[in-house]
Design a protein around this ligand. Sequence first.
Ligand SMILES: [Zn+2]
Ligand SMILES: [Zn+2]
Length: 204
Amino acid sequence: MTGGKGVPEQVSQHPRVFLTLTAPSFGAVHAHRAKAGKPQPCRPRRDDPVCPHGRPEGCRARHQPDDKQAGQPICVDCYDSRAAVLWNAHAPELWRRLSLAVPRLITAELGITHKALREQARLSYARVIEYQRRGLIHFHAVVRLDGPDGPDQPPPTWATAELLERTPFTTPPLRSRYQPRTRTGRARRSSCGGAANSTPSPSE
Ligand SMILES: [Zn+2]
Ligand SMILES: [Zn+2]
């Protein structure tokens, strides 16, 4: 994430974390898997078990990346389509709640009040929504800590990438089957002045 569009270059020095918010599993789906560029068996199962609907639970096919079957349920009746539809419908609300929860998570981590956080730092969010092969929404997001007036100001000394790494990005009220799995990626520090391979800012 670099400066640009009125955002100063030094913003690339501000601590940030990359998040991927992924839906839980709603059932097995066909998948293209590759190892060293070679397609691997989709879902090999020993002894060829069958599901309660009498269909194979596994699949030995080696799906190509463009195979239309990839992302489709292995058994349409075992797959919890209702939950998958609910996930997609509620995903934006999950994001909203997460963005409200982040300041709470950070103040809890630091042992400071909300007022103190507001006076010392500002949290910025950027996210992109994507559809996975299985048709489920997932999010890529960047959470960044700026100074209290935004990207023009340096963040306080306590605002570090390590702090963001330690923050458990979960939304406690939604600890249910729809709870997303979060993967954090350590903020890649792009070099000052906007290196050619710096990560582009995701936009809303
Ligand atoms: Zn398959
Ligand atoms: Zn089944």
